[in-house]
Write a protein that binds this ligand. Sequence first.
Ligand SMILES: Nc1ncnc2c1ncn2[C@@H]1O[C@H](COP(=O)(O)OP(=O)(O)OP(=O)(O)O)[C@@H](O)[C@H]1O
Ligand SMILES: [Mg+2]
Length: 486
Amino acid sequence: MFSRFKKPDAGPAPTGLKPVTSTGPVAPVAASVPKPVAVIARPGPTPPPPKTPAEALASDKEKKRKDKLMELKVELHKRLLDNLNLSALEKASEANLKQEIASITAEALEEMNVALNAQDRQILHQELYDEVMGLGPLETLLKDETVNDILVNGPKRIFVERAGKLTLTDITFKDERHLLRIIDKIVSAVGRRVDESNPYCDARLADGSRFNCMVPPVAVDGSLVSIRKFKKDKLGIPDLVRFGAFTEEMAAYLQAAVSTRLNIIVSGGTGSGKTTTLNALSSFIDNAERVLTIEDTAELQLQQVHVGRMESRPPNVEGKGAVTQRDCLRNALRMRPDRIIVGETRGEEVIDMLQAMNTGHDGSMTTIHANSARDGISRLENMIAMSGIEMPIKAMRSQISSAVNLIVQASRLQDGSRRMTSITEITGMEGEVISMQEIFRYERLGTESNGKIIGRFNATGIRSAYSDRFRQWGYDLPASIYEPIV
Ligand SMILES: Nc1ncnc2c1ncn2[C@@H]1O[C@H](COP(=O)(O)OP(=O)(O)OP(=O)(O)O)[C@@H](O)[C@H]1O
Ligand SMILES: [Mg+2]
């Protein structure tokens, strides 16, 4: 099925797989994109039915049980900290520590004259273990594979994002102090501090997750925390095709674009899947190439052998020691890269990125925060203007149009699904305007009663301006992939 993603010189496709050539037995686009793509079913925003008196009583009981457990946990946590040998903790195995927790807890419960059933006891042990060794209430969510983002709005409101949809959980911190203690644990592990004078911080959790926090008084109703979970198994091109993020034809086109070293920008809104797309696109880079990645928080996981990863660094408490993305980029140019990948271009580094793309580091890629290809260009112009470089608009645009070949738009639709809604080529300048042509787009056809969006991917009918280049490099895409379904 994915034979078209093979390198042209990688020999014949494995048995049973059909290679894509202009004359080969290619399924026409219309055949592989036959009908509207129905997205993953998700329930609409229906209000919960009113509770019966019996249900209300049960939920009241459940709340009381939880409050009691929370109180016990706080008390036991205090006792644990008094009794555990903290310096031995690091060396203790999980089983040993759990045993230790169980015995200290049993003793304390007896002393406090509290009886707990086996299930509550087990919950208590796990929560205490998470408090001592991990990130307290966040630990369960960090372990939950279906959670993408964790968003904390003060101690009592923890939201999670699953499959593109935000929901409130019933997990809480005891109070703001508890939340602050966990925040402190995270930021002190990376040598940072948050307090009234430094109220926010970016960090990376031990498992690689991206973390940001902001504490009161700047955060008005209690500390705000956002965590983008790190996925060990990043979504690859076949996964994204399977999830309906784009079609096989679009993937074949993107493979040609990356392999023939077009400079690509992935544009999209927050959480739209930019980094995921960039990471997946990078899988098309040849193993022989030297790739340097630059990010504010290292999220990319390239599979190539020859990869140098860089992460920018904020200033320390005295305001010194910052290493910006721009610093990394400038240094990267002296490190003989074949390609440079910047996780997200958001500021002054834009000018160095465009220059790198223009001067021999073609095949470079980055993401920007924008809602369409045209909007992406305006963002680039704004970033250049903000970087303090005085440049006439025409020169700016000509610099952009000669540096960037392709803009890929990632979007998170209202129903939570993530789609590549447009692939647009930059073809040059017409007067003062950058000319572009859209090759593929996502067409919305309607909405189901449960909010699910119905749509399909389609070609626009315009042939790629890079067709000759693709062919010369051995990527002979069939003309049918550019034909629209009507
Ligand atoms: N096509 C997809 N299908 C399902 N999940 C996806 C898809 N694309 C991305 N995701 C998931 O969505 C989450 C957000 O993706 P990603 O980090 O790539 O977004 P982003 O646009 O880079 O976000 P940010 O603006 O915060 O940097 C991740 O957990 C990722 O695994
Ligand atoms: Mg990102």
